[in-house]
Design a protein around this ligand. Structure first.
Ligand code: F6P
Length: 461
C-alpha cells in the first residue's frame, strides 16, 4: 500500500527527548496511521553525517532520523534558514544576513536529507515536505530518480517579487519549489505572490493555480492550516481545574486576564505589544489594578543574534512597565520565558478575558484559533488579532489591529475589556463556527487531494 512520508526539519518522536515540531504533529495527526513515516533531523549533532536513518517505531509510525554535523547544521539552520530566509519571508529585509557559505551549507543539508531519505523511500510513496528549511529537497529527490507524488507546504508567509529579489539566490529557490507537484501556502495572498515570483523571476507561465516551468506543472494553492478545535475545546474545559491554572486564577483576585503566547521571535511583535500595554495603562487609567497581562514567550533560536537582542529588549520593557505602573499589590505585566504544557495553555486561554495576538507577520498563527476554541460560550473572551497574521483572513470578527500601531492595540484591548456580553457572544459564535470548520483534518485532506493521494483512513477502508 502507498505510504505517506512526512519530511520536516524537526521530528516529533512521541516520548523521545527531542524538541517537538510545534503544532505540526497535531496538524498532521490524521496522517500518522500505522505504516506511515516521518523523516527529518534527529536533533543530534555528530562528527559524521549519518546517511542511514535511525528508525524508531511508535504506534505503528516509523520515525526515521539522521544526525547532522555541527558545521553543516550551523550554516543550514542558524545561517541560511533562520539568518536569511526567515527574516526575508517575514518582510524584514534589514535583518536578512546572506552569506554564500551558509547557502552552500543549506544545500548540503538538503542533499544529505535527500540521500538519506532515498535509502528508506519506496517508489510508490507520497512525500510531503514542510517548511522553509527544505525548499530544494523536491528537486534533489527528483534528481535521484524519485517519481512519486511530491508536495511541499510553507508554514510561514511568502513575499512579493520586489522583496524576494533582494535574496541573491531567489531564482534558484523559486525554481526549486517548481520541482514539486503541489506547493501549498497559508493564504491566497502568499500563493499569488509565489506565482508572481515564478513569472517575474523565471518567466514561468501561470495558468490559474498552475505554474508551468521547463515542461513541468506545479499546482500552487492556498491551504490554510487549522487545529483540532473539538479536542482543544475539551482540553480547555478540563484544564480549568488544573492546579496551576487555578493558582493563576486565584492570583488575579478578580482582575481581568489578558494573555499572549508566542515563541520569542521578532516576527511576533512583542516589543510593540508591550509598548501598547503601557499606553493602555497610561491612556485608560481606569484599567490600572483591574487587568493583569500574562505574556508567555518560550526562548527560541538563541544561537541567532537577533533573538538574544530581542530577549534583552523584552526584559528592559517589562522592567519599565512594571516599574512605572506597579502597585504594592499589583504587577501589571507577568512575563515568562518558559514553555507551558499544552493543557495549561488551554486552561489559561479559557480563563482569559482578552487574547492578544499581534505578530508583525505570521503565516497563520494557531494561538489565535486555539484561543477561540478554548472560550466558554456563556462568557467568552475577546481576541485582538494582527491584520498581518494569516488567521486574520478568516477571523474577521476578532478586533483586527495594525500591529505597528501601539495606540491601536491599546484601543482594541480597551474595547475588549469594555465590550458588552451580548457583543462578545455574537463575535464568538461567528469565530467559533469558522475555527471548528477549518480543521487540521480539512487541511490534510485538501493537500492530499491536490496530490491525488487518498487520506490514510480511506486507504485502510
Ligand atoms: O513557524 C515556523 C516553524 O517552523 C514552526 O513550524 C515551528 O513551530 C517553529 O517554526 C519552530 O522553530 P524552530 O524549529 O527553529 O525551533
Amino acid at each position: 500500500m502507498a505510504r505517506i512520508v512526512i519530511v520536516s526539519n524537526r521530528v516529533p518522536i512521541p516520548k523521545a527527548r527531542v524538541t517537538a515540531a510545534g503544532g505540526l504533529a497535531v496538524a498532521l495527526r490524521d496522517l500518522l496511521v500505522p505504516g506511515s513515516m516521518w523523516f527529518g533531523w534527529s536533533g543530534r549533532l555528530s562528527d559524521e553525517p549519518s546517511l542511514q536513518p535511525a528508525l524508531v517505531e511508535a504506534r505503528g509510525v516509523t520515525y526515521a532520523t539522521i544526525d547532522l554535523t555541527r558545521e553543516a547544521h550551523r550554516a543550514f539552520y542558524v545561517g541560511f534558514a533562520n539568518g536569511a530566509l526567515w527574516p526575508l519571508l517575514h518582510f524584514r529585509l534589514g535583518l536578512m544576513h546572506f552569506r554564500r557559505e551558509d547557502y552552500a551549507g543549506y544545500l548540503e543539508v538538503n542533499a544529505t536529507f535527500a540521500a538519506a531519505l532515498g535509502n528508506v523511500l519506496q517508489p510508490d510513496d507520497t512525500v510531503w515536505a514542510h517548511d522553509y528549511h527544505l525548499l530544494p529537497l523536491g528537486r534533489l529527490l527528483r534528481k535521484q530518480g524519485f517519481t512519486g507524488p511530491l508536495g511541499f507546504f510553507l508554514h510561514v508567509p511568502f513575499v512579493p517579487p520586489s522583496m524576494l529579489e533582494a535574496m541573491p539566490v531567489a531564482r534558484e529557490l523559486v525554481a526549486d519549489l517548481c520541482s514539486y507537484d503541489v506547493v501549498g501556502f497559508q493564504t491566497e495572498e502568499h500563493a499569488i505572490d509565489f506565482r508572481d515570483c515564478a513569472h517575474r523571476l523565471l518567466g514561468a507561465t501561470v495558468e490559474g493555480e498552475y505554474v508551468r516551468l521547463n515542461g513541468r506543472r506545479t499546482r500552487v494553492f492556498a491551504d490554510p492550516i487549522g487545529i483540532d478545535a473539538r479536542s482543544f475545546a475539551e482540553e480547555a474545559e478540563r484544564s480549568v481545574g488544573d492546579k496551576l491554572v487555578q493558582r493563576v486564577f486565584g492570583s488575579l483576585s478578580g482582575r481581568a486576564l489578558a494573555i499572549g503566547v508566542d515563541r520569542m521571535d521578532y516576527s511576533k511583535g512583542l516589543p510593540n505589544r508591550f509598548e501598547a500595554y503601557g499606553r493602555l495603562l497610561e491612556r485608560y487609567p481606569e484599567h490600572r489594578s483591574q487587568i493583569s497581562f500574562l505574556q508567555i514567550c518560550p526562548r527560541s533560536r538563541e544561537e541567532v543574534d537577533e533573538y538574544r537582542k530581542l530577549r534583552a529588549e523584552l526584559d528592559r520593557l517589562t522592567g519599565r512597565i512594571n516599574g512605572r505602573f506597579s502597585e504594592f499589590d499589583w504587577t501589571p505585566l507577568r512575563y515568562s520565558t518558559r514553555a507551558a504544557p499544552r493543557a495549561t495553555l488551554a486552561g489559561l486561554y479559557r480563563i482569559a478575558r482578552v487574547g492578544v495576538v499581534t505578530p508583525l507577520r505570521d503565516g497563520m498563527n494557531l494561538v489565535a484559533k486555539e484561543f477561540i476554541a478554548a472560550q466558554p460560550d456563556e462568557d467568552p473572551g475577546v481576541l485582538v488579532l494582527s491584520k498581518f497574521a494569516g488567521a486574520a483572513q478568516d477571523l474577521g470578527e476578532a478586533l483586527i489591529v495594525n500591529p505597528f500601531d501601539p495606540d491601536a492595540i491599546a484601543d482594541a484591548i480597551h474595547q475588549a475589556l469594555t465590550m458588552p456580553l451580548e457583543e462578545r457572544r455574537e463575535r464568538q459564535v461567528a469565530l467559533k463556527a469558522k475555527v471548528f470548520e477549518a480543521t487540521a483534518s480539512a487541511y490534510c485532506q485538501r493537500f492530499l487531494d491536490a496530490l491525488g493521494t487518498s487520506m490514510p483512513a480511506l486507504q485502510a477502508a
